[in-house]
Design a protein around this ligand. Structure first.
Ligand code: GLN
Ligand code: ZN
Length: 759
């Protein structure tokens, strides 16, 4: 195909996670860096060839990375934090990413609203920026040797600065004039590579709400970058939302094209007329780069028809909506998946065909497809039809129930509920509990795996799990924990565990998506209406409760977290899917409660992750997210205490929303911030009870009694003791028993000390 089809970027981890494996082997000193480079070289070749074979016109280089592209950009600019200055090459690079004996790693955080994490650059006024272009230039040459003239992907200067932090905490944009000359120099070198080189500059930060000050930097920046050389075609690409404010400005710069996401930023349609007037190319993001559903080619053609009302066909290039980095690699290895469901899916490799076929049909008509393409095209139409009518997806009983569901809230006001609960549950001030999971030992993991593979009987499996639960309870009793948990040994993952038991959920064998560095996750996917064939946790929790006279907390994952950590069907609005999950959970809570469970924790670890990038969309998200948490707990009686847990410490922006969720107790992650971040709870007059994590479970370190006494004292400066619970700051499953026992014993001692002192 001529230069009309485009892919923003391609996954790099490898279809069998080859990059992960070789990196981890290198880190464990089991192979040399040469070996890593060899694997990387082979992967790049293979990935380019996949794209070439599929007929993609614009294929990227520099979308590969040994760890992360933002980190690569910092290295390209020589923005190396001081503490790493003695290191070189790969040792430097991986130390920045992962830390080393003497240097703590750089921070890592989420890439916009995806589950990909980038390394946060640390900038300082003392930095001496200078260009390290070799990776970028070499990759271009590597591809060229394979007969592919790539477009070169870069992270734009404004996004780079927006995502960085300054060691003196001042404004990063003030450094723009220091880094722009490096970008110019880089573009100069790129321009020498060929007669014409296309450069894709990613500026996803334009898809957020930006202050005028930031917007005002766009024109001067892109005027400068586009005037480096006439050999360059510069495309500025955004994704995950619309970027109308930036587009308005960009069209007045000499860039060659803009890349826009028309799936997650439909509002981009409003910019079409302006783009056409400026005669820029439009790289139209049409094939979903962050979900796993087959493109609906008919619908996409309609969207393209709409776009071509404003934009001349010759100015349109058809693209993925964002880098395919956020999708799994290929369906080829999904050999055990239900054949029907599999036909509805499309991973990165399959999406390449979609981009190609859409391009051909749009520009040249169906008759231009060759046999193979035609087959894929026909299958596409058929699969979309079968998906639309399949009984696997559409469950009328669920739909009717969701439609009629009217119990939007539990009974009783907090004030009355808590009084009743305190009478019945009789817990002390500063009640001691944990967040749910206890250390997952190799034995537990093996038992789960063997059971899954039918290598041990149900009976053997349950006996082992129960033994774990017994031990876990004995430990908690001896230690003096007051509200107990069963320890979650039966759960591999807090979402997958529930997904496996809900109808409408699917699982892949090889659907790995890079999360950070060498780490990948395999999110389950929601394909159909969700229901709960039978109780999911009641047997385990009631077993645990039968083993102790203390209160055993029931443990569930909340609807919003289940949703945010799954691939979600694209044929229904998210809030409807979320409501279905919430209703299924409300049945579970009802069952737990009827089985005598008095406290139930509904974890919303990923509540914050679903927040939209645009302010104007936040209200809507908060509305349904809170609605569905409340629906999930709506079946709880007044005397049943509802806890929730969130893996965050920053609540300043969302405290009112959290309050509206109306949980009786919330446990949060404040251990690393003293009591600073807790103050917001006091400021807004938050009434419900709070369990601020008093030690950090993310490290094996055992905190001393004294340290935790001090931490509790800090908490007591902010909230009264009858509003506070004492707990670690998250689940303990990644820790070892040894350190867990010592830490929890110290935590209990610390509470005892404070209680005595306060008597
Ligand atoms: N109950 C879960 C656990 O303890 C919560 C985990 C989480 O918030 N990430 O493992
Ligand atoms: Zn947590």
């Amino acid at each position: 195909m001529s230069k009309k089809s485009y892919v923003v970027g391609f996954p790099r981890i490898g279809e069998q996670r080859e990059l992960k494996k070789v990196l981890e082997s290198f880190w464990a000193n089991n192979c040399s860096f040469d070996e890593v480079e060899k694997v990387a070289g082979d992967l790049k070749k293979r990935h380019w060839s996949y794209q070439k074979k599929a007929g993609i016109g614009y294929i990227s280089s520099n979308d590969f990375s040994f760890y992360d592209n933002v980190l690569d950009t910092a290295v390209m600019l020589n923005a190396i934090p001081k503490r790493f200055k003695d290191l070189k090459n790969e040792e430097l690079y991986f130390s920045m990413a992962r830390g080393s004996k003497d240097c703590v790693a750089m921070e890592m955080t989420k890439w916009f609203n995806t589950n990909y994490h980038y390394i946060v650059p640390e900038l300082s006024l003392e930095d001496e920026y200078k260009l390290n272009a070799s990776k970028i230039l070499n990759e271009y040459q590597e591809a060229k040797e394979q007969g592919i003239k790539t477009k070169i992907n870069l992270i734009g200067p404004l996004t780079f600065l927006a995502l960085s932090k300054r060691v003196d905490r001042k404004d990063t944009f003030a450094l723009l004039n220091k880094i722009l000359p490096i970008y110019e120099e880089l573009l100069k070198e790129i321009a020498l590579l060929d007669e014409v080189v296309t450069v894709q500059i990613d500026e996803p930060v334009f898809a957020k709400d930006n202050e005028v000050k930031v917007l005002s930097l766009i024109k001067p920046t892109y005027d400068r970058l586009s005037s480096v050389s006439n050999n360059l075609k510069i495309i500025v690409t955004t994704y995950f939302e619309h970027s109308n404010e930036a587009t308005k400005i960009l069209i007045h710069t000499p860039i060659w094209g803009v890349g826009l996401d028309f799936l997650y930023g439909k509002e981009n349609l409003e910019s079409l007329e302006l783009i056409e007037k400026s005669d820029k190319k439009l790289i139209a993001g049409i094939v979903d780069g962050r979900n796993i559903w087959k493109n609906n080619i008919q619908n996409s053609l309609e969207l393209l028809a709409l776009i071509s009302k404003d934009i001349k066909k010759e100015n349109i290039i058809i693209s993925s909506s964002c880098s395919l980095l956020h999708t799994p690699f290929t369906l080829k290895y999904e050999v055990t998946m239900d054949e029907n469901i599999k036909t509805w899916l499309s991973y990165a490799v399959e999406k390449l065909d979609e981009v190609n076929i859409l391009t051909k049909v749009f520009f040249e008509g169906v008759n231009s497809l060759n046999n193979k393409e035609n087959k894929i095209y026909e299958e596409n139409i058929q699969a979309n039809h079968s998906r639309k009518i399949s009984a696997l997806i559409h469950d009328e009983t669920v739909q009717n129930r969701v439609h009629e569901f009217s119990k939007l809230q539990r009974e009783g006001k907090y004030k009355d509920r808590i009084k009743l609960q305190k009478e019945i549950l009789k817990y002390k001030d500063l009640a001691i509990t944990t967040i749910g999971s206890f250390p997952q030992t190799p034995e537990v993991r093996i038992a789960r795996k063997d059971y899954k593979n039918n290598e041990i009987s149900k009976n053997d499996y349950e006996t082992q799990m129960k033994r774990y639960i017994d031990d876990c309870i004995s430990f908690q009793e001896e230690c003096g924990i007051e509200v107990l948990v069963h320890g979650e040994p039966e759960r591999n993952d807090m979402v997958e565990y529930f997904g496996e038991q809900l109808k409408g959920y699917g699982f892949s064998k090889n659907g790995w998506v890079q999360s950070y560095g060498s780490r990948c996750v395999k999110p389950p996917f929601i394909y159909g209406d969700i229901s709960r064939p039978k109780a999911m946790t009641v047997d385990w929790i009631t077993y645990a409760q039968s083993k102790t006279d203390k209160i055993m907390k029931g443990m569930l994952t909340g609807p919003v977290t289940i949703l945010n950590w799954s691939f979600v069907r694209d044929d229904k609005p998210r809030d409807e899917v979320s409501k279905q999950i919430a209703i299924a959970l409300s049945d579970e809570i009802n069952d737990l409660q009827n089985a005598g469970i008095k406290i139930i924790q509904v974890d919303e670890a990923a509540f914050k992750e679903g927040y939209p990038l645009r302010r104007e969309k936040i209200k809507d998200y908060e509305n349904w997210a809170v609605r569905d948490f409340k629906i999930a707990v709506s079946s709880s009686k007044k005397q049943t205490q509802i806890h929730t847990h969130m893996c965050y410490s920053e609540f300043n922006d969302i405290i009112k929303t959290i309050e509206n969720m109306d949980a009786d107790v919330i446990s949060i992650e404040t251990a690393r911030s003293g009591n600073e971040l807790l103050k917001i709870f006091k400021e807004v007059g938050y009434k419900q009870e709070v369990g601020p994590g008093i030690y950090d479970i993310h490290s094996p370190r055992v905190p001393s009694i004294e340290e935790m006494v001090n931490q509790i004292k800090l908490l007591l400066e902010v909230l009264p003791k009858n509003q506070l619970w004492i707990n670690p700051d998250c689940g303990l499953k990644t820790r070892k028993w040894e350190e867990t026992k010592l830490s929890l014993q110290n935590m209990v001692e610390a509470v005892n000390y404070i209680r005595k002192e306060n008597r």
